[in-house]
Design a protein around this ligand. Sequence first.
Ligand SMILES: [Zn+2]
Length: 416
Amino acid sequence: MATRFFPNLMPNFVEETSILQNQHTLVHKTIPKQGTDEALFSLISMPYSIISEKLKRAALDLKETVVVQTCGKQVEDFTLYSGTLGTAFLLFKSFLVTQNINDLQLCCQVVEACDAASLHSRDVTFLCGRAGVCALGAVVAKFLGDDKLLQYHLAQFKEITITSNEPDELLYGRAGYLWACLFINQHVGKETISSAYMGSIVNEILKNGRRFDMKGRSSLMFEWYGERYWGAAHGLAGIMHVLLHFDLKPDESEDVKQTLKYMIENRLSTGNYPTSEEDRRRDALVHWCHGAPGVILTLVKAAEVFGDKEFTQAAIDAAEVVWNRGLLKRVGICHGISGNAYSFLSLYRLTGNAEHLYKAKAFSCFLLDRAHKLMSNGEMHGGDSRYSLFEGIGGMAYLFLDMVESNNARFPAYEF
Ligand SMILES: [Zn+2]
């Protein structure tokens, strides 16, 4: 287990130096060598305004690398998760932060390439399917003021059919399709995808979730390839997170709440969350996809929706696990340090507590200071798709952009 993550030797909290102190240090001290504890401590002590500017510059450099490496060639993997659409989503984020219209235009071109490559895809979700292409295409067209293109992507989106064989989870199932609907409605306009239509899919998910005989322990449960997962990518945390964005009837809302309480009551003794019902004792993964980081984001949303302090406290407890074991030897969003940093950003948004923002900053500084070196000497895995949004350095660029305006940070393609 110890080999999955770097020991976190960073202090639990460091007061920022003032801008004046920081300037004084820069003038009077030699700058510590990158990759040393001194260099990392110097970064995490910097005033937020200075470190966020450094992260922004690093993000824009990373974005250029990602664009060079993934664009202008045959699209082999179109998905947002591991393929070219992830570059488009990163460009869209970059546009939102910098207002650089070139990013938006390039994003549009990348989506067009993904559109052609995904025409025959049967996958229906935002992260791994055709819905991601059509939804992002529609939103970018809206931002560009291109109504014809907007109508094209919306029409294509409406061609996607959700069959009765679809799973319910986020990466390949109904929850991931609904996320695309919510994204369209957020940016293009309410009821672009009608509530009645989305409601019918929500009902289908709830019907499937209630079918399991959990002997009264959990109101809802789902299966994906024979396993009843708990995490954000394939299981309860991801499905509950999407359901929490809808106006549910009181009994439905109660089922979501009870399911989350079941998870909290049955978490592991270390505070982490198991991967699945079948694997309730194994405490190995501290990822967004499996484990505490993904659950935290759902608990934060539940705290916002239900106003229940139990969810806030459970999220804070789980964040301890991420702080201690979340400096993974991987860079990405799905199962890497970049994704785990969002546990703290989400909690900061909920509570306003500066300690959570500090921890997000600490994880970001760790990446800024040493990710490249650790990846080049093989101590850190750069992802199976090295430039992708969810596994590669695209995710690190996205996190750094989110650190620029930490109040508005949202886990990509997951939080609204
Ligand atoms: Zn993962």
